[in-house]
Design a protein around this ligand. Structure first.
Ligand SMILES: *Cc1c(COP(=O)(O)O)cnc(C)c1O
Length: 418
């Protein structure tokens, strides 16, 4: 559910006409709905209210500091995957004791930075990393709190690039090895084992894989107890899918109904790490039509947003609904909606049925709030888009459009050798 809808023949973000925003800030532009964000967070809070829990929002889905600040105000924690994300989360006011740190390649600097800020825990992905964390914790005279990220070997039936809990995946510790690694971790002087973590993938549209994965994790949890390994946190990861087209993913309540029976009678807090399901449908990308181009067998709508702004169609073959900001009930054509980038992979949609719009009109790419701006780049030296947050009848800029100067800000002409 979201708050982007047509009123009086034009698209609104909450109570603001999208046209009003683009007149002020131009395109391409990301527009987020405050009300939608709040609604999604409440849905999680309500769904899991029976069990002690922390929602650690997955920062990588959308890391704008205004959005993180809103989540901090709502008491959320953060699931981070880099030092940069830790910096953002702290700057936004997220409490360090609600921050969990995942990722297979944490660097020494990142580990030290996290230790010094007393984050809740590291989700450890290998034995080598465990050794490294122990070593750095010793150096900075801290005890590192860790969970082991366990790979339960479950197929979440999603795009192969976003499946993370299969045997062949680079993520986590194979479940057969977990007990052994827990014992090793327990014996380490500067490590305190406090949790168990899994995250099997993203855009999951069925609770079945969650139930299977959690069942495996819970058997491990029970086994650990026998070895006097006390686990205070069970982290079930993120990954709940959203509707891009006609998917009917479970909502947080369905997820909770499926999982809570497995978690009842387990001591310890539950951690959930949703990303996409909170921000995905809370954002749109608005783009202007620059040209119509017809070739012998194709229609192209050439727009001012490219794969540098939204790479999901190119990277995963993802589908996003694309709607005119002001629909006019004209005949429909079949068109490829493509960006200005010099790559044939630069498209937002292929063979899409859409009304025949003209240059100067605008399109809204729906469900673009997750892995949209966060994955954007400056490829083709394109300044990154502006971002705006709408709340009721008000809207504010939360990231200004980059300028040409921003593009070369960190570059140096080395006069001594040129
Ligand atoms: C990416 C990620 C998430 C969030 O996934 P979504 O599909 O956006 O909910 C949660 N946990 C970990 C460890 C991740 O890497």
């Amino acid at each position: 559910m979201h708050f982007f809808a047509y009123k009086n023949g034009e698209l609104y973000a909450e109570d603001v006409p999208v046209m009003e925003i683009i007149k002020e800030f131009g395109t391409p532009i990301y527009i987020y709905s405050y009300g939608t964000l709040i609604r999604h967070i409440r849905a999680y809070e309500e769904a899991f209210c029976e069990v002690p829990h922390i929602i650690c929002y997955a920062v990588k889905a959308n890391s704008n500091i205004a959005i993180l600040n809103l989540f901090a105000q709502l008491g959320l924690g953060a699931d981070i995957v880099s030092g940069g994300e830790l910096f953002r989360a702290l700057k936004a006011g997220i409490k360090p004791y609600k921050i969990v740190f995942a990722g297979v390649g944490k660097s020494e600097d990142e580990i030290e930075y996290a230790l010094k800020n007393d984050i809740l825990m590291f989700n450890v992905e290998s034995e080598a990393e465990l050794n490294k964390i122990n070593e750095i914790a010793k150096k900075v005279r801290k005890k590192a709190h860790v969970a082991l990220r366990v790979n339960p070997d479950i197929d979440p039936k999603t795009h192969k690039y976003i499946a993370t809990g299969l045997k062949t995946s680079k993520f986590g510790i194979p479940i057969e090895k977990a007990l052994e690694y827990y014992k090793i971790a327990k014996s380490m002087e500067n490590i305190e084992v406090i949790g168990i973590h899994k995250h099997i993938g993203s855009q999951i549209t069925d609770t079945k894989a969650y139930v299977e994965a959690l069942s495996k994790i819970i058997s491990l949890y029970d086994k650990l107890a026998k070895f006097d390994l006390k686990i205070d946190y069970i982290n079930i990861g993120g990954g709940l899918g959203i509707t891009y087209r006609d998917e009917e993913p479970p909502d947080p309540k369905d997820l909770a109904n499926a999982l809570i029976p497995l978690l009842k009678n387990k001591k310890g807090k539950i951690i959930i790490e949703p990303g996409r399901s909170i921000v995905g449908n809370a954002g749109i990308l608005v783009t202007k039509i620059l040209y119509n181009k017809e070739t012998e067998n194709k229609n192209f709508l050439i727009v001012d947003a490219g794969m540098n702004d939204l790479i999901r169609p190119t990277l995963y073959g993802s589908y996003h609904e694309i709607q005119p900001v002001i629909p006019k009930d004209r005949d429909k054509i079949l068109a490829d909606i493509v960006g200005p980038i010099c790559e044939s992979g630069d498209f937002l949609a292929k063979e899409r049925e859409i009304e025949k719009l003209s240059p100067g009109e605008y399109l809204a790419v729906m469900s673009a709030g997750a892995y949209g701006f966060a994955m954007s780049s400056n490829y083709n030296s394109r300044p990154r888009a502006a971002e705006v947050l709408v709340k009721g009848d008000r809207y504010v800029l939360i990231r200004r459009r980059e300028t040409y100067k921003d593009l070369i800000r960190n570059e140096i002409i080395p006069e001594e050798i040129l």
